[in-house]
Design a protein around this ligand. Structure first.
Ligand code: FAD
Length: 319
């Protein structure tokens, strides 16, 4: 097996999700390489090298500055053919999804998406994918010589090691047609703490907060813990908190070390997005809430009393 992992980066940070995919690939054995494509990779190459890749390919070119898929398809298609990779893996994102789909067409390769796991069974590569509203997991495979896969963000944790990768600079050749799209403007949301994909601690809120103002309590607790605030679909649909923070089947998959579920009932569609968390703590006034069936620690009570006291205790402990 000869695997290439696409490492997505924004600014000078490689996405945690793609480093997780790289660590997973390295754990499967065979040859594992990674590719970084962009305009300024100087600070990124060393980061990429310590997550299991034997080789990190660097495609550095000003024409790759914008996060557009088409020029990257040229780079990856050339690399996959030139180095005879048989497996190409991506962490799901807007860019990676476009890129993987276009690469599948270019290479006439099979693409499985929305995977949450990957394993070798008696030499055969098998992907695991949730189905039937995430209530079961099914096996998927490939019949094409080159296999492409997209993984849900947060499916795997990055595992850092002392190993160092060989860095290889690529000569970037782009098709004229691939440069027709132009990025006119990019707007980034003002970061107010870590994103939920990268946070070690997530404080998530549900309808039990009673309204959008309830999230102020969670923001205070998240700040004390150095974490990020997330939400259920019920509150996102109600306009209480923004969609990028939604965890679950139609939101994001997260795997922080600590997940605090506050005023969340624990519906299956929410569970599938956070069940990979290290420790799950639930605060709910209903002792029969389903969240307690899979929480490691449960607190039965009114969140309006518990959360401010918890935030004060954390602040005192850290002072
Ligand atoms: C196709 C599909 C996709 C979906 N995708 C998602 C998804 O991605 N993510 C997601 O989250 N949901 C998703 N859902 C919705 C999901 O089924 C649930 O409706 C939703 O997760 C419930 O959100 P909630 O826990 O905030 O609200 P509720 O189920 O209303 O739970 C609120 C909880 O707060 C508790 N509570 C109330 N007051 C207090 C208080 N003062 N103190 C402490 N506890 C209190 C209650 O006891 C209750 O358990 C999806 C549904 C469908 C059909």
């Amino acid at each position: 097996m000869k695997t290439l992992v696409f490492l997505e980066h924004h600014g000078q940070a490689i996405s945690k999700a793609s480093l997780g995919v790289l660590s997973k690939a390295a754990g499967l054995g065979g040859e594992t390489a990674a590719i970084l494509a962009g305009a300024d990779l100087a600070g990124l190459a060393a980061q990429a090298g310590s997550f299991g890749a034997g080789t990190v390919f660097l495609a550095e070119d000003p024409r790759l500055a914008a996060a557009l898929p088409q020029p990257r398809v040229d780079v990856l298609a050339g690399l996959v053919a030139g180095e005879a990779f048989d497996t190409v893996l991506f962490a799901q994102s807007v860019l990676a999804t476009d890129l993987a789909a276009a690469l599948a067409v270019r290479l006439d390769a099979g693409l499985n998406w929305d995977l949450v796991d990957l394993e070798l069974r008696e030499g055969t590569l098998v992907g695991r994918r949730p189905a039937l509203s995430d209530s079961v997991r099914i096996d998927v495979g490939w019949s094409s010589p080159v296999r492409l896969a997209l993984f849900r963000a947060g499916a795997f944790d990055p595992v850092e090691s002392d190993a160092r990768a060989e860095l290889r600079e690529l000569h970037v050749e782009l098709d004229e047609r691939s440069l027709r799209a132009e990025l006119r403007e990019a707007a980034a949301e003002e970061p107010s703490g870590p994103s939920i994909e990268d946070a070690d601690v997530i404080v998530a809120g549900g309808r039990g907060l009673g309204g959008p103002e309830g999230f102020a309590l969670l923001e205070e607790l998240a700040e004390a813990l150095g974490g990020a605030v997330a939400a259920t679909r019920a509150v996102v649909d109600a306009g209480w908190y923004p969609y990028p923070t939604q965890v679950g089947q139609t939101g994001k998959t997260v795997s922080p070390r600590l997940y605090l579920a506050v005023g969340i009932s624990g519906a299956i569609q929410h569970k599938v997005g956070m069940q990979g968390s290290g420790v799950i703590v639930a605060i709910n006034k209903d002792p029969n809430a389903p969240i307690f069936e899979y929480a490691d620690l449960g607190v039965v009570g009114d969140l309006n009393e518990i959360v401010p006291r918890l935030a004060a205790l954390v602040r005192d402990a850290r002072a």
